[in-house]
Design a protein around this ligand. Structure first.
Ligand code: GUN
Length: 278
């Protein structure tokens, strides 16, 4: 029988721990403040931003909200980031992605002070992660590590295969598994003999962005399968990159969609806000 890794429960547990920590910090006269910037009205971004603000409120982190119009220029956005970099009462700055096409995302992410980059997207933080120095870590892959650890799944010495090489998930995921002493392979769209490689995995992390891409053919018996994907199918139902019904009976543990990795991203963002850059 396989274990369903309950991301909703684990993320709630982390948020409750952070809430307690913040109450203690407040009693000592400390506070935290996250600035959240959204440009335009992408409906998915609005949902994410609202959830981030709600989580701040639950934990006791102050939040500042900037809802800027679609026509905001790159210069205006950069000026706001600079202003927030200079404010001593702001600890974290988050610019919700995607940005409108006329604004260069790389330029904006580079402008955020690495000390306030709670998303862990700044090249300084990405570099620190890769050489084992303290810094902010990208929230979704950090959440996957917490799911594994809090489910009693050992990483050290395990064959870990990461399917996907994005800057936000695949690459930092590989670095984090390596930091936990896993043996790590990264696969991507040009990988040859993909199934042969994924079938070696004790821990398979799937972040390919294709609904139902991984079925039982990709998975070794008793593997742990972590699904980072989130999509809406033709019937309007949420699903992941993993075909859950096909894979689960073969796996020892598996994350559902929804309720697996998804809720962990915000929990780890909150952890970054409370704890600072590691
Ligand atoms: N858009 C989708 N996911 C994320 C995220 O984790 N952080 C930011 N800033 N934007 C996103």
């Amino acid at each position: 029988m396989y274990q369903i890794i309950d991301g909703k429960r684990i993320s709630q547990q982390i948020k409750d721990e952070l809430r307690e920590q913040m109450a203690q910090r407040k009693a000592e006269g400390e506070s935290r403040c996250l600035a959240v910037i959204q440009v335009g009205n992408d409906p998915a971004s609005t949902v994410y931003v609202n959830n981030k603000k709600k989580a701040c409120e639950y934990i006791g982190i102050d939040s500042l909200s900037y809802e800027l119009p679609e026509e905001t220029t790159e210069e205006e956005l950069l000026a706001l980031v600079e202003e927030l970099n200079g404010r001593s009462d702001v600890n974290g700055i988050l610019v919700q992605l995607p940005l409108p096409g006329h604004i260069c995302e790389d330029k904006v992410l580079l402008a955020i002070s690495p000390e306030k980059d709670v998303d862990g997207f700044h090249p300084m933080n990405v570099g620190n992660l890769s050489i084992g120095r303290p810094g902010y870590v990208s929230c979704t892959p950090a959440g996957v590590i917490q799911l594994l650890k809090r489910s009693g799944i050992q990483i050290e010495g395990k064959e870990c295969v990461v399917l996907g090489r994005s800057n936000i998930v695949g690459k930092p995921m590989a670095m984090l598994l390596l930091r936990e002493n896993g043996t790590v392979t990264v696969c991507h769209s040009r990988t040859k003999n993909l199934k042969e490689i994924t079938r070696r995995a004790d821990i398979l992390v799937v972040a390919v962005g294709k609904p139902g891409f991984v079925d039982a053919d990709y998975v070794k018996e008793n593997a742990v399968v972590i699904d980072v994907g989130i999509h809406r199918n033709e019937a309007g139902k949420l699903c992941g990159d993993v075909d859950f019904d096909s894979v689960a009976p073969l796996a020892s543990a598996v994350t559902p969609v929804p309720g697996g990795v998804g809720p962990m991203t915000i929990a780890m963002l909150m952890s970054n806000c409370v704890n600072g850059p590691g």
